[in-house]
Design a protein around this ligand. Structure first.
Ligand code: GLU
Length: 447
């Protein structure tokens, strides 16, 4: 049996933010956990607002998060499929032309509301005769096309929300095709889900109402009972309860990355917020996939505080083993025999990954040592043990310095740290000292 096939379907009308990443990651983790496939589908039928740059940017964002789609498709390449589906629906009598202008629809909606009736489309277009239509077209009107909903209760078992039902008699027949022949989101999405064999549609709860309509369209095009499983997750909101919009640039994946937030910190917050699992740092997406369960996602709003991304970044760095950062270190010329020991020494003392550059300079380059007490530093210099050095050298050396000078505690260690690193605080000197090495230590203590 093959695993689930999921899709993440952004419209490339902007870059993705952490709320979109939540949807992408939910899909990815469901697929990754069960050996399934992740499809990236660009919903780019809105040709005016979609751009290839945004699409490329979203691919970069997903890749940074650790998501590599098995397949990428663009709806703009697939219009012939949607046209064929629309044609079939017309033949089945399920897609009908309607000629109302927006102004007419607005006026009718207001009248209904004034009379206390639900503002549902009255299906007036269904009563038009061939002659009526010919007359309207002769006046220059072009039809838009509505799907004729079956006024029944549509039910599904939602992966997050449990049993759901929507009475389609309370919905307007949705417009699937605009006057100019272009498609709204609803039909292309269903056609692609069927064509690409999507087994699980995991998306935000803002799509719940679409689901009833889409299940009816799947039933019509692929046969009753062929609809994928659906799961609608709660949406991330900021501390004030406000939703995230594509325009809230600060929480875009690109700006979080540029601000030094770790991808796995974004993933942990995006996935675990608003669930029964506590938000905590993870060392890999595999670890996150092992614990992730859609059934743990809550139905309440998923409130998060962007400030937590900073602390979670530090905790994440501490969890990253050398293999997972080897290439990133190499990109900053942090390579060689000491690279691993260096990473293990500093990972608990950095706020963002880029801080490694400063620490690498401290162990491998030039610094300005801070000499508080030249005589003491000279005494310590004279007691430096011979090579080779390892992690025991620090304790052997400082014991000797303590014996010779009578100093202990901060009085003993602090001047040595300042001289050797130029910093007030930092990683354990037992780990740094062998990386700094005897030659540099001598020079710094004697400067
Ligand atoms: N393009 C739609 C959106 O971004 C996709 C919704 C869906 O997953 O079906 O909201």
């Amino acid at each position: 049996m093959s695993g689930p096939v999921v899709r993440f379907a952004p419209s490339p009308t902007g870059r993705i933010h952490i709320g979109n990443a939540r949807t992408a990651l939910f899909n990815y983790l469901v697929a990754a956990r069960a050996g399934g496939r992740f499809v990236l589908r660009f919903d780019d039928t809105d040709l005016e607002r979609s751009t290839a740059e945004f699409a490329r940017g979203i691919e970069v964002d997903l890749s940074w998060l650790g998501i590599a789609p098995q397949l990428t498709v663009r709806q703009s390449d697939r219009v012939a499929l949607y046209e064929a589906a629309a044609e079939r629906l017309k033949q089945m009598g399920l897609l009908y032309p309607a000629y109302e202008t927006q102004a007419e629809l607005d006026r009718r909606r207001k009248l209904k509301q004034a009379r206390g009736l639900p503002p549902v489309y009255d299906r007036a277009a269904l009563a038009l005769t061939d002659a009526d239509r010919a007359k309207l077209e002769a006046e220059g009107r072009r039809p838009h096309w509505r799907f004729k909903l079956d006024h029944r209760l549509v039910e599904w078992d939602d992966g997050v929300r449990g049993h759901c039902h929507i009475d389609c008699a309370s919905l307007s027949d949705p417009v699937l095709v605009r006057e100019d022949g272009s498609f709204l989101y609803t039909l292309p999405s269903v056609v692609d889900d069927i064509d690409l064999g999507i087994t699980d549609v995991i998306r935000g709860e803002d799509h719940v109402t679409n689901t009833a309509v889409q299940i009816q369209i799947v039933d019509a095009l692929a046969g009753a009972g062929q609809a994928p499983r659906f799961a609608h997750h709660n949406l991330l909101v900021d501390a004030s309860g406000a939703g995230l919009s594509k325009r809230s640039g600060a929480l875009s994946i690109a700006s979080l990355r540029d601000g030094g937030v770790e991808a796995l910190a974004v993933a942990a917050i995006a996935v675990l917020t608003g669930s029964s699992d506590e938000v905590h740092a993870v060392g890999s997406l595999v670890e996150l996939a092992q614990m992730f369960d859609l059934a743990h996602v809550s139905r309440n709003a998923a409130k998060f505080d962007p400030a937590d991304l900073r602390t979670l970044t530090q905790r994440t760095l501490l969890k990253l083993d050398f293999e997972s950062v080897r290439e990133r270190l190499a990109a900053h010329d942090i390579v060689g025999a000491h690279a691993e020991a260096f990473w293990l020494a500093v990972r608990g003392n950095i706020e963002t990954f880029l801080d490694v550059c400063d620490w690498w300079r401290i162990v491998d380059g030039e610094i300005a040592p801070v000499i508080e007490d030249a005589a003491f530093c000279k005494a310590a210099l004279d007691l430096l043990p011979p090579d080779p050095w390892d992690e025991k050298t620090w304790s052997a050396w400082t014991s000797a310095v303590k014996g010779a000078t009578g100093r202990k505690g901060r009085e003993l260690f602090h001047p040595l740290r300042l001289a050797l690193t130029g910093r007030e605080t930092g990683p354990e000197l037992a780990r740094l000292l062998p990386l700094i090495g005897r030659t540099r230590a001598q020079a710094r203590l004697g400067s």
